[in-house]
Design a binder for this molecule. Structure first.
Ligand code: ADP
Ligand code: MG
Length: 678
């Protein structure tokens, strides 16, 4: 009898996970069995229904079955092995090409029946699969089921996740943190059932039930955390006020006038800073609305009052970028700015820590590392952060411990007022609706894939002018060799097309250091064209980039496209965004039209929401719920309301849920890069 696993045990307790795998999983913030169970699929492959070749849809992932009627093996011009197979099914024939899989020649048998899963393409009237999954029909490895696809990292595949999660599901004793009362009242399934069906849904109904429960749990956790955080903030014994100081000298030093939205936000912040109650303010403004200068005004006031400020960025690249900007703006005003990142020389680091502790450094910029214990400030009064790093309650406690009771969060995510109160219940709001005058709007053009070359002609034109560009490939779906191949192919194509210009690729499989070094070279202008999967950081500011081409633009969410597009148009030059639409579906065309018509993030997200409606079922988990995608909440408004009510009840009657489990869940909200769901 296998001993039962406990959720809080290390993942190494799962069969097949050793220290090496565990290290890789840690990159995904998975360290315990519980974390593994919480690693929900990003999407599913619905492999239940077999299509006959007459029903095939070009470009669609398809499950087919047929009898193998012929098999031919040869080498391609470039020396790769190629096996060409013809299959017969009730509607006729379909074809398969297997590249680089010579062993299949021995395994595949003429006259036998096989099940095939992959993307089907129409080539010269033939229906063709390239490197699909293939198994003998009816065998025990039959492909027919709903299969999860997981977010992966270097060296961990979906297949492994399936194995481990199956083991964890079969061996873990899951205790439900919700009492029967809550579960019954809200008609929620048991937690164990939810885990099983979120990973391996029996059918659509059970998937929905499980998903509902998972989302409810997340939102309830969050709502309770919010309430605790509010309690902490309203604690009258803290005094977060700083002496008043005049910011006019800073405003005078700027080469421009603030927009009216910026003026209002700065005024709100000034009032917060001099009041006793800790500031906890969210400044929301579209990409390019000029949030940084608002943050600078807050820092300036703090520093003039004799206090210190810290600026936290989600990544090192962004921290460096902020450092450059703030140094340039503040050094002339006699303000000392420093950067603290990992990998600094020990002596350099020691000096920075020392000067932070004795107050010589007035503004310290860095990543989450700023929260580490050995970083001690003399008089820290303000911490500024990005929405990706909304603090969990625990981190807030750390900050208050360091003296920084005032928190300012910058966000480009548009969120409707009705939801704002529930989502950011413990924060005050300043919304910047104005854009700096004189911006040249980005020209967005939608081109069908047949006309791709037009987009690349435009790229060539920009490169020749000395400008830089981005080419965005659809996200590498870590498991999916074919899409990895397509990003790689795209990269090779770009290198061929733009010979003479330095072209590099950045993608999710690179480790942190590799990514940073590529981004840094791009920022310095050494790399001229950057081929990328979606990992381009929100907030990255390379003014020399004037053109972006997004391949398979129809596969991205509109909010995502908007964020991506915001990477260009950051100088006084005209910028361009080409959206290459590879789909001929009407809805895709409509979404592309929205992108070319609107430049305002708010308008885009509303239009997107209307278009999507509530319709997409299996695809709903697509964007995952552990990313920091606030937009998802549009969809979960009803559950959010319930969770809010229940959180109020729990605050009054803690018996309703398990206290220890609640604390653990809340701790998890604040950990890691994107476990902070909101
Ligand atoms: P975001 O809100 O996306 O973070 P930034 O703060 O990076 O935007 O500002 C984008 C650009 O606009 C920067 O180059 C900044 O100097 C400039 N900018 C900010 N405010 C103004 C303004 N009031 N007038 C003109 N340019 C401005
Ligand atoms: Mg910014």
């Amino acid at each position: 009898m296998t001993p039962k696993l406990r959720p809080e045990q290390s993942v190494t307790a799962v069969r097949g996970i050793g220290t090496q795998r565990a290290e890789r999983l840690a990159q995904l913030d998975i360290t315990t069995v519980q974390d593994l169970l919480n690693h929900v699929p990003v999407r599913y492959k619905d492999k239940r229904e077999i299509r006959t070749s007459g029903e095939f849809v070009e470009g669609a992932d398809t499950l087919a079955q047929g009898v193998l009627t012929s098999l031919r093996s040869r080498r391609t011009g470039s020396g790769r092995s190629l096996i060409e197979v013809r299959m017969r099914d009730p509607d006729g024939f379909f074809y398969i090409s297997f590249f680089n899989s010579p062993y299949l020649e021995r395994q595949l048998v003429k006259g036998a029946e096989y099940t095939v899963y992959g993307k089907v393409q129409f080539r010269n009237g033939l229906r063709l699969f390239t490197n699909p999954e293939i198994v003998p029909a009816g065998g025990d490895r039959d492909l027919r089921r709903i299969e999860p696809v997981y977010r992966c990292t270097a060296g961990v595949t979906t297949r492994e996740f399936i194995k481990w999660i199956t083991y964890a599901l079969d061996n873990t004793e899951v205790t439900d943190w919700l009492s029967d009362t809550v579960r019954r009242e809200r008609k929620l399934c048991e937690l164990g059932t939810a885990y099983r069906n979120i990973h391996f849904p029996k059918d659509r109904h059970w998937y929905q039930v499980a998903r509902y429960r998972m989302i409810y749990d997340q939102l309830l956790t969050y709502q309770i955390a919010l309430r605790r955080s509010r309690l902490l903030r309203d604690d009258a014994s803290t005094d977060a006020s700083i002496p008043d100081a005049d910011i006019t000298p800073f405003l005078r030093s700027l080469p421009f006038e603030l927009t009216s939205g910026q003026v209002d936000a700065v005024r709100d912040i000034e009032a917060d800073l001099v009041s006793r109650r800790p500031m906890n303010r969210l400044v929301q403004g579209d990409v390019g609305s000029g949030k940084t200068v608002v943050a600078e005004a807050a820092i300036y006031k703090t520093v003039q009052a004799g206090r210190q400020a810290a600026f936290m960025a989600p990544t090192e690249i962004l921290a460096r970028q902020h450092f450059q900007k703030l140094s340039a703006d503040f050094e002339p005003l006699g303000i000392r700015v420093a950067l603290l990142v990992s990998g600094m020389r020990a002596q350099e680091r020691r000096q920075i820590l020392e000067e932070t502790a004795n107050g010589i450094i007035q503004v310290l910029i860095g990543t989450h590392a700023l929260l580490q214990e050995d970083v001690v400030f003399q008089r820290l009064s303000l911490v500024i952060t990005d929405e990706q790093h909304r603090f969990g309650v625990n981190q807030r406690r750390t900050l208050v411990g360091k003296g920084a009771a005032n928190v300012l969060v910058m966000s480009a995510t548009p969120i409707p007022r009705t939801l704002a109160a529930t989502v950011y219940g413990d924060m005050d709001f300043s919304v910047i609706r104005t854009m700096p005058a004189g911006r040249i709007p980005i020209i967005t053009r939608v081109v069908p894939k047949e006309a791709r070359s037009k987009a690349y002609q435009a790229v060539l034109h920009e490169l020749k002018q000395g400008n830089q560009g981005y080419v965005v490939a659809p996200a590498i779906e870590q498991d999916d060799e074919s899409s990895l191949a397509s990003a790689e192919e795209l990269y090779q194509e770009m290198k061929r097309k733009f010979r003479g210009f330095r072209v590099e690729m950045i993608h999710g499989r690179l480790d942190k250091a590799e990514k940073e070094s590529v981004m840094a070279a791009f920022a310095r202008g050494e790399i001229r064209l950057l081929v990328s999967t979606v990992v381009i950081e929100v907030g990255i500011d390379v003014p020399g980039a004037t053109i972006m081409v997004i391949e398979n633009a129809e596969r991205f969410g509109l909010a995502q496209l908007h964020q991506l597009r915001g990477r260009v148009g950051r100088s006084d030059k005209q910028s361009y965004c080409y959206l290459i639409n590879h789909s001929n579906q009407e809805i895709a065309a409509e979404r592309m039209r929205i992108m070319s018509e609107y430049t305002d993030g708010f308008a885009i997200s509303e239009a997107d929401y209307e278009l999507r409606g509530a319709g997409d079922l299996m695809g709903t988990m697509q964007h995952g719920f552990n990313g920091s995608q606030i937009l998802n909440l549009f969809k979960y408004e009803d559950i959010l309301t319930l969770a809010g009510e229940d959180a109020d009840r729990v605050m009054a009657d803690p018996q309703l849920i398990d206290a220890a489990a609640t604390d653990a869940r809340i701790r998890n909200l604040g950990a890691g890069d994107n476990s902070d769901i909101l």
